[in-house]
Design a protein around this ligand. Structure first.
Ligand code: ADP
Ligand code: ADP
Length: 226
C-alpha cells in the first residue's frame, strides 16, 4: 500500500479544455477514497494522471511520499481497472490473470499459486479454463480485477468499474470490492458518478465539479446523517 498526494494538480488539454483545476488531495495508506462527480468533471483525468497515463500541466503527484511526475506507469506500483474490461479474448481466464506476472518474470509455480489464490478470493476459481466470451459480465469484471491485483499493487485505481453491469450485480460486486480491497489493505481510489456507491464503499469521498475539488470528507461529514 502506498500514500497518494496531489498538490495543485491541473490539466489543460491542447484544445484549451481545463479538465482538472488545481486539485489537491491526500489518500492515506490503505484508505478507500471515492472520487465522485458528474460525467465530464475530470475524474478519469485525475486517475490517469496518478497512473502516469497522462502528465499534469502543472502540480505535483507524490506516491509513497516520492515525486512521481514523469515516472512511467509500470514503475508506479499502481493497478487500474476500467469499465470496459479489456480482457485478452484469445487467452483463458487463468492466462489473463497470470499475464502481468508473466511480464514481471515470476516463475510458473508461483504464477499458478498466485492466480489460484486471487481467483478463489474473487469466486472465479472454477472458470479459469474458459475464455472471456464464455463468462457473464460480472465474472468478466472479476477477472479484470484479478488481473489488476495479482501483482499486489500498492495502489488500486478503479474507473466506474460497475457502470456496465445491471443493478443487482452492481450491488453484489460493490460489497465484494469493498471486502477485497480491505482484506488486501491496498490504498484505493474509486471513481463513480453514483452517490449510492460512494456512500456504501468510501472511507472518504472527494467530490468534483467542473475540474475543481469541492469537498472531501467521510460520507457522514459530506452528507450529514441520514
Ligand atoms: P469524467 O471522468 O469526470 O467523466 P474526464 O476526466 O473524462 O471526466 O474529462 C474531463 C473533461 O476533459 C471533459 O470535458 C472531457 O471532455 C475533457 N477531456 C478528456 N480527455 C480529453 C482530451 N484528450 N482532449 C481534450 N479534452 C479532453
Ligand atoms: P501457459 O501455461 O498457458 O503457457 P502461463 O505459463 O502464463 O501460461 O500460465 C498461466 C497461469 O494461468 C498458470 O500458471 C495457471 O496459474 C493459470 N491457469 C491457466 N489456465 C488454467 C486452468 N485451466 N486452471 C487453472 N489455472 C490455470
Amino acid at each position: 500500500m502506498t500514500t497518494v498526494a496531489l498538490k495543485d494538480v491541473s490539466k489543460v488539454f491542447s484544445d484549451g479544455t481545463v479538465a482538472v483545476d488545481k486539485v489537491s488531495l491526500d489518500v492515506a495508506d490503505g484508505e478507500f477514497m471515492v472520487l465522485l462527480g458528474p460525467s465530464g468533471c475530470g475524474k478519469s483525468t485525475v486517475l490517469r494522471i496518478i497512473a502516469g497515463l497522462e502528465e499534469p500541466s502543472s502540480g505535483a503527484v507524490l506516491l509513497g511520499g516520492e515525486v512521481a511526475n514523469g515516472l512511467p506507469p509500470r514503475e508506479r506500483g499502481v493497478a487500474m481497472v476500467f469499465q470496459d474490461f479489456a480482457l485478452y479474448p484469445h487467452m483463458t481466464v487463468g492466462d489473463n490473470i497470470a499475464f502481468p506476472l508473466r511480464l514481471s518474470g515470476l516463475e510458473q509455480d508461483s504464477r499458478t499459486e498466485r492466480v489460484s489464490d486471487v481467483a478463489s478470493v474473487l469466486g472465479i476459481g472454477d472458470v479459469l479454463g474458459r475464455r472471456p466470451n464464455q463468462l457473464s459480465g460480472g465474472q468478466r469484471q472479476r477477472v479484470a480485477m484479478g488481473r489488476a491485483i495479482v501483482r499486489r499493487p500498492g495502489l488500486f485505481l478503479m474507473d466506474e468499474p460497475l457502470s456496465n453491469l445491471d443493478s443487482g450485480l452492481r450491488a453484489e460486486l460493490r460489497a465484494e470490492i469493498s471486502a477485497l480491497v480491505r482484506e488486501m489493505g491496498v490504498s484505493t481510489i474509486y471513481v463513480t458518478h453514483d452517490q449510492a456507491e460512494a456512500l456504501t464503499m468510501a472511507d472518504r469521498v472527494a467530490i468534483m465539479r467542473k475540474g475543481v475539488l469541492q469537498d472531501v470528507g467521510t460520507p457522514t461529514q459530506v452528507y450529514g446523517r441520514p
